[in-house]
Design a protein around this ligand. Structure first.
Ligand code: 13P
Length: 251
């Protein structure tokens, strides 16, 4: 049903990267071809967006951002708006990442407001959800991600302006991953919820898997039904590793 969805492999650099790190992004850019089988995006820290967007112009490499404030502008020292990220050259914004939820106490209602801000700016929201280790042990995974999905997505979400990223908290940065069968069960459940709420466009929305995706497990994870790409943390910082993951799609 979703095999026609074009995959997206997105790198989340988190709070990593100085100007010198752009060399890795350039190597990714130069290795991509316009007819490649997947969209490829790098979400560097905000300080590097404008420079990387300039360097990636007229290339297949897409540039995204990490997090934004819900307002377009105003007295919010240190915050950054979706409009500013767009102005710098970002095409998408990651919202609701588990590190934002845990470090900054963000709730799904906050995430929804941020996703609405991303849409207001005309960008794509990459909305992250995922269960903790304790929730998985208690067999609460589907109810937790179902609640997060329902409460984090704006009603105006569609396949063009929204990407879902399923990232089990316990798999992020740990080297642990769910089995392919476990990933399949969650993605099937999410697909059903998206179709039930949004109809046809919910069937076409990309659902990424994230959490310890590496070159040596990407092929198996990306082959899971309803996995439409990956959100990659640590392995996106090195061009060789990131390109090794993209190669799961034969790029
Ligand atoms: P790792 O790939 O480092 O586990 O991080 C995943 C992630 O949080 C991407 O947003």
């Amino acid at each position: 049903m979703t095999s026609s969805v074009r995959p997206l492999v997105a790198g989340n650099w988190k709070m990593n990267g100085l100007a010198a790190s752009l060399a890795e992004a350039r190597r990714v850019r130069d290795a991509l071809s316009k007819s490649g089988p997947a969209d490829v995006m790098i979400c560097p820290p905000a300080t590097l967006i404008a420079e990387l967007a300039r360097e990636a112009a007229n290339s297949p490499l897409l540039i995204g951002a990490q997090d934004c404030h819900a307002a377009a502008s105003g007295a919010h020292t240190g915050d950054i708006s979706a409009e500013m990220l767009k102005d710098a050259g970002a095409r998408a914004v990651i919202v609701g990442h588990s590190e934002r939820r845990s470090d900054h106490g963000e709730r799904s209602s906050d995430v929804r407001r941020k996703a609405e801000a991303v849409h207001r700016a005309g960008l794509t929201a990459i909305v992250c959800i995922g269960e903790t280790a304790g929730e998985r042990r208690a067999e609460l995974t589907l109810s937790v991600v179902g609640r997060q999905l329902a409460a984090s997505l704006p009603d105006a979400a569609n396949a063009g302006n929204t990407v879902i990223a399923y990232e089990p908290v316990w798999a992020i940065g740990t080297g642990l991953t769910p089995t392919a069968a476990d990933v399949a069960a969650v993605h099937k459940f999410l697909r059903g919820a998206l179709v039930a709420r949004f109809g046809g466009t919910g069937g076409a929305m990309r659902i990424l898997y994230g959490g310890s995706v590496k070159p040596d497990n990407a092929r198996e994870l990306m082959a899971v039904p309803d996995v439409n790409g990956a959100l990659v943390g640590g392995a996106s910082l090195k061009a060789n590793d990131f390109l090794g993951i993209i190669a799961a799609y034969g790029a």
